[in-house]
Ligand binder design. Structure first.
Ligand code: DC
Length: 263
């Protein structure tokens, strides 16, 4: 079993989907209802984009450069860690919680460009799997159910029409003081989705056994109830017959056990 197949001792709910499908809202609410910790894996990719700054443009543009050991070493050296709090893991870059800085359209684009690189995905995957050793998690992202936690207790895949996603994302940006037309936001979302779902390494796709919900056609409350119902059902089935491998923790490549030891 390799690191990407490592099994968590605790339950994991994986919530995947394209940009603006409402993953954060559902994931944070489900985590709060269950008393699990919430982790935003996209924010880790965003933090790496912020850490590399302008450089991330050239790395993304020059694939050959990004495949070098120097690039992998640069990614490993980023002082990034996940810090557990009561309800979520905070993402700290050089000890600093980045907040709104992570959410600009520029950082969205760079994060998606960097996410095609194996070195970047490996670092994020390791941080997430280390977090899963601390306690139960709800993790949102693109490849959480397919690659990072293939043994997740429950896999959810969220979808919504582009127009609906662009409308929501535009409101998010407005709250940050960024005013873009809905057309521009929709173009950016579609470009990001295309890149995220066509890359060779861990593309965005629905896991076979995922619960698929259209967040444009049901209320947030209904989504959360549906996810909770499916989780309790899946957890009940597991309790009756634990899957092989459940109940032990595989060592990651570097053998570290606590998120606080990253970076
Ligand atoms: O969820 P988000 O929009 O904050 O994610 C930003 C980018 O990070 C996204 O366009 C692709 C990348 N990402 C990824 O490749 N895999 C994940 N599990 C999460 C995000």
């Amino acid at each position: 079993m390799n690191a990407s197949e490592a099994v968590s001792l605790y339950p994991v709910i994986a919530i995947d989907g394209g940009a603006g499908t409402g993953k954060t809202t559902s994931a944070a609410l489900v985590a709060a209802r269950l008393g699990f910790c919430y982790v935003d894996s996209g924010a880790l990719y965003r933090a790496i984009a912020v850490a590399l700054g302008e450089e991330s443009e050239s790395h993304a543009a020059a694939h050959a450069l990004a495949a070098t050991p120097a690039f992998a070493a640069a990614i490993e050296a980023i002082p990034l860690r996940l810090e557990p709090a009561a309800d979520r893991f905070h993402i700290l870059l050089q000890g600093r919680d980045l907040g709104a800085e992570l959410r600009t359209p520029e950082v969205s684009r760079r994060a998606s460009q960097l996410a095609v690189h194996g070195a970047v995905r490996a670092r994020v995957g390791r941080l997430l799997r280390e977090a899963a050793r601390i306690g139960p998690l709800v993790v949102e992202g693109r490849d959480i159910g397919t690659v990072v936690f293939p043994q997740a207790t429950l896999k959810v895949f969220l979808i919504a029409r582009v127009a609906e996603r662009a409308r929501r994302r535009r409101l998010d940006l407005l709250r940050q003081g960024i005013d873009q037309s809905e057309e521009q936001v929709a173009r950016d979302l579609e470009e990001r989705d295309r890149r995220d779902s066509t890359r060779a390494d861990a593309p965005l796709r629905e896991a076979e056994e995922a619960l698929c919900l259209d967040t444009g056609t049901c209320t947030v409350e209904a989504q959360v109830e549906e996810i909770l119902r499916a989780f309790h059902q899946a957890a009940g089935i597991r309790a009756a017959a634990p899957p092989q491998g459940q109940g032990h923790v595989d060592e990651d490549r570097d053998g570290r056990a606590a998120p606080g030891e990253e970076g």
